[in-house]
Write a protein that binds this ligand. Structure first.
Ligand code: SF4
Length: 198
């Protein structure tokens, strides 16, 4: 909980107008409500934070959601009232590591992993990812990260500089995810970019 304290402080200061990805968080300590940004207050919140596990699985169009940073979270659900611990648990299900990454980034302590390092760690069927060319990587970044994902990528190529002001908590990507790695493998092998891992 301690590492999350700066986030909770930020939330209290946001005065019930905080946005995190496709979520808006309102309420006050002990009574936090998480809603989809597209929903009004008419959606009745579910008090069980574990419902978030079902919420993240299926996209607005009814298909499976392999990428949690994708902007296709279904509206029509809300969670709350939640205490601080429940709120953090729910957020970590919907956007894993996002709260901690934001805290670390704000303090200058977030480690950014270059793609070459991520690729160099791959084994087995993914070892081939280490042979990707800059042009191929660029195409996968454009087709997966920039087309599908809401996260601000901190690793090159075309890394983003996050905005830290205001009532939106940054959704950061300090290291390529498994879906991205799988998409790189597909690119090298000349297959469509349809990886489904998260
Ligand atoms: S690697 Fe790309 S797709 Fe994966 S989480 Fe980061 S920005 Fe999103």
């Amino acid at each position: 909980m301690k590492i999350n304290e700066p986030f909770l402080q930020w939330l209290r200061e946001a005065g019930g107008a905080a946005v995190l990805g496709q979520l808006r968080i309102s309420g006050k300590p002990g009574e936090w409500i998480i809603r989809h940004c597209d929903d009004g207050d008419e959606v009745v919140p579910d008090p069980h934070w574990r419902v978030a596990r079902e919420w993240v699985k299926v996209a607005a169009d009814g298909t499976y959601r392999p990428l949690k940073g994708e902007g296709n979270l279904a509206p029509g659900r809300a969670l709350g009232p939640l205490d601080d611990r429940e709120l953090l648990e729910a957020l970590n299900v919907i956007y894993p590591t996002t709260v901690a990454n934001g805290v670390l980034f704000r303090s200058g302590a977030l480690r950014i992993t270059p793609f070459a390092e991520t690729a160099g760690r791959q084994t087995g069927m993914y070892r081939i990812v280490g042979t990707i060319t800059p042009e191929q990587l660029d195409e996968v970044v454009a087709g997966v990260c920039e087309r599908r994902c809401l996260k601000q990528r901190l690793w090159e190529p075309r890394a983003k500089v996050p905005e830290l002001e205001g009532t939106a908590w940054p959704l950061l990507c300090p290291e390529a995810c498994n879906l991205m790695v799988a998409a790189c493998r597909a690119k090298i092998k000349g297959q469509p970019l349809t990886a489904t891992e998260d």
